[in-house]
Design a protein around this ligand. Structure first.
Ligand code: PGA
Length: 253
């Protein structure tokens, strides 16, 4: 385990109602009580748009940071039914956003669209968690690294954006499936991608990279030895405070 700060990020997807803040409250309480470890990690939770305004106020002075799950690729206001712009997210007091999740890519979000989102989100000073990942066919064809590199270089065009981004490697075949990459395979990908980012952008600054896909209180043990990982993006297991807290506890056990 390395000394760098780890991120435990929960992505609620299409889940939650006005009472679900209790889940985040419990996670926040755990964080406060966890004096032994809480300087070593940050917790970010991404509820759906319907709860963002309320939760951003509720958790304003708490330790848990509230994040958006996505945004539209146009800014300010406009005739885009059902969409929310990065500007509107910022105005809610939100400072973090997930972009490029494979579930959104599957709904038609291309690298070109993501390039715009990336630009507008960073223009609005949002910290971006940028998801990349190969699907099972690409994995079988041994295209994993090529896909990840393309998802990075065709979306992030300028070096200074690197300061605002945390990458999240999420193999599509692993999301919600209970399957996780082997420790050695994941370590190799994490190191290769971090090096690629540094070389591609000729940057010496630290690159942050999370892993996501079937992370839970059991699978977390597989990742503890990968010191190059900067944390985890957690879907299913973030909907229960107990499961989420157990992930953190088991990571530091
Ligand atoms: P999962 O989802 O933890 O339920 O596999 C991860 C994600 O989609 O970010």
């Amino acid at each position: 385990m390395s000394n760098s700060v780890k991120y435990f990020v929960g992505n609620w997807k299409m889940f939650g109602n006005t009472r679900s803040f209790k889940i985040i409250d419990k996670i926040d309480q755990h964080f406060r009580k966890d004096k032994k470890n809480n300087r070593k990690y940050k917790v970010i939770l991404a509820p759906p748009f319907t709860l963002l305004q309320d939760y951003s106020r509720r958790f304003q002075n708490k330790k848990v940071i509230i994040s958006a799950q996505n945004c539209y690729h146009k800014d300010n206001y406009g005739a885009f039914t059902g969409q929310v712009s990065p500007y509107m997210i910022k105005k809610m007091g939100i400072r973090n956003i997930i972009i490029g999740h494979s579930e959104n890519r599957a709904m038609g979000e291309t690298n070109q669209i993501l390039e715009k989102k990336f630009l507008l989100a960073s223009k609005n000073n949002l910290k971006i968690i940028y998801c990349i990942g190969e699907n099972s066919i690409e994995k079988r064809k041994k295209k994993t690294l090529a896909i990840l590199k393309k998802q990075i270089s065709s979306v992030i065009k300028k070096k200074h954006y690197l300061k605002k981004v945390i990458f999240a490697y999420e193999p599509v075949w692993s999301i919600g499936s209970g399957k996780v990459p082997s420790t050695s395979e994941l370590k190799r990908i994490v190191i290769t991608i971090k090096n690629f980012i540094k070389q591609n952008f000729k940057s010496n600054s630290q690159v942050k990279l999370l892993y996501g896909g079937s992370v839970d209180q059991k699978t977390i043990h597989n990742f503890k030895s990968i010191k190059e990982l900067d944390g985890f993006l957690i879907g299913g297991a973030s909907k229960s405070s107990k499961n989420f807290i157990d992930i953190i506890k088991n990571f530091y056990k």
